[in-house]
Design a protein around this ligand. Structure first.
Ligand code: CDP
Ligand code: CDP
Length: 226
């Protein structure tokens, strides 16, 4: 009964973007699009094929015939690469440690941004990433920029990864800070808050509090003017 809108959620690693975006989408019966998963799938593929990020021409050539699809799934979303479900492989430390290097390559971004825009054409999309509010969907009706302290973000990641990987909190804190640095300093659409994005520090907020804050804002926004 209301016109659908697009919601852009950006911020650094471990801010809670994907968890929150998925829940907001589910509450509003919107589609969730995890753009990080697309950069991760591409990275996983390049690692498998042995193509280093430094060799951007080879990366782009390999990426030409690469088909990335996102499929809605009970636990969020599946990522298919050339038809293969790569979801289980893309969140490893191996991918974490180099994904920002592949994401710096201009041609990689052009290709993925194009796909992402197509996914949002019909509205009713909650999309999370680094450059959604600034570059991918600059006209999104609602933009959120969420962050949390590096310590808190590393702790959140630690709680997830320590079950499957032997990794220390200190190492994670270091890795996250390094990825923040690369994402913020790259030349092509770096991680930064869009001027019209709402800033949300989630350091001491629960997931539910963040979700409620965003959904209430959207409801108010729908009725008001921007
Ligand atoms: O979940 P987490 O925040 O750790 O990362 P992600 O959202 O899955 O994104 C992984 C990496 O992909 C980021 O560190 C960025 O380098 C890159 N990325 C990007 O450049 N632009 C996006 N819209 C989304 C991700
Ligand atoms: O997508 P992004 O990297 O920004 O973060 P995420 O993967 O959604 O969240 C990282 C972890 O932090 C997840 O295990 C969430 O359950 C947790 N989290 C939290 O404990 N408190 C929040 N306010 C948000 C997320």
């Amino acid at each position: 009964y209301r016109d659908k809108i697009n919601i852009a959620i950006d911020g650094p690693a471990g801010a809670g973007k994907s968890t929150v975006a998925r829940m907001v989408a589910s509450k509003l019966q919107y589609i969730y699009v995890d753009t990080g998963a697309m950069y991760r799938a591409l990275t996983w593929f390049m690692l498998k094929e042995g193509i280093p990020s430094e060799n951007s021409e080879n990366v782009l050539q390999k990426a030409q015939n690469m088909v990335i699809e996102l499929k809605p799934h009970v636990n969020g979303q599946k990522v298919l690469l050339n038809g293969e479900d790569v979801t289980p492989y893309i969140r490893s430390s191996q991918v974490n440690n180099v994904v920002s290097k592949y994401a710096q390559i201009e041609g990689v971004r052009t290709k993925l941004v194009h796909l992402q825009r197509q996914m949002a054409l019909e509205k009713g999309v909650v999309m999370d990433g680094r450059d959604i509010g600034t570059t991918v969907l600059p006209d999104a009706e609602v933009k959120i920029f969420m962050t949390a302290s590096v310590k808190e973000r590393a702790l959140r990641r630690y709680n997830e990864l320590s079950q499957t990987e032997d990794i220390s909190l200190e190492q994670l804190e270091h890795d996250i800070a390094e990825r923040d640095r690369l994402d913020q300093q790259r030349e092509v659409s770096p991680l930064r808050r869009a001027e019209d994005a709402i800033f949300l520090d989630t350091t001491s907020m629960s997931i539910e509090e963040v979700v409620d804050a965003i959904v209430s804002y959207c409801v108010i926004h729908w009725d008001g003017e921007k």
